[in-house]
Design a protein around this ligand. Structure first.
Ligand code: CO
Length: 134
């Protein structure tokens, strides 16, 4: 059911420093920072030949990743995003299998303007999973 790895998201305490690491030390192509107020994050996209890395930094007081950064002050891997062809069919199949879908279970518009859902890390090997319909 799941397709390509769309991105790996990494929460960072210093977006400019993290961008410099990926651009200068690792030699990757990086985007300009983008504020996504609806998601409570500022992101930098790192373009790799086969996938993307999203560097995430909290934006605003109620950012959903603020707690993560408190618990992981040096930053760390936050979630992986897999592509699916039909997000509602994927959701229904996963719920039937007993997996927990976060929030109200309805897809919302993700950072790339496409429908996304998040799955409970305890059901997926301790890793927060995002599904994105492509
Ligand atoms: Co994501």
């Amino acid at each position: 059911m799941i397709g390509r790895l769309n991105h790996v998201a990494i929460v960072v305490p210093d977006l400019a420093a993290a961008t410099a690491v990926y651009r200068d030390t690792l030699g990757a192509r990086v985007s300009a920072p983008q504020d996504l107020p609806d998601h409570g994050v500022t992101t930098v996209f790192v373009e790799l030949p086969n996938t993307k890395i999203e560097l995430l930094h909290p934006l605003g007081a109620s950012s959903p990743i603020a707690k993560f950064l408190q618990a992981n002050p040096a930053g760390g891997m936050h979630h992986v995003c897999y592509e699916v062809a039909d997000i509602l069919a994927a959701r229904d199949r996963l719920k039937k299998a007993g997996a927990r879908v976060l929030g109200d279970g309805e897809p919302r518009t993700g950072a790339h303007g496409k429908p996304v859902l998040f799955l409970h890390p305890k059901d997926f090997c301790g890793t927060l999973v995002e599904l994105e319909q492509v």
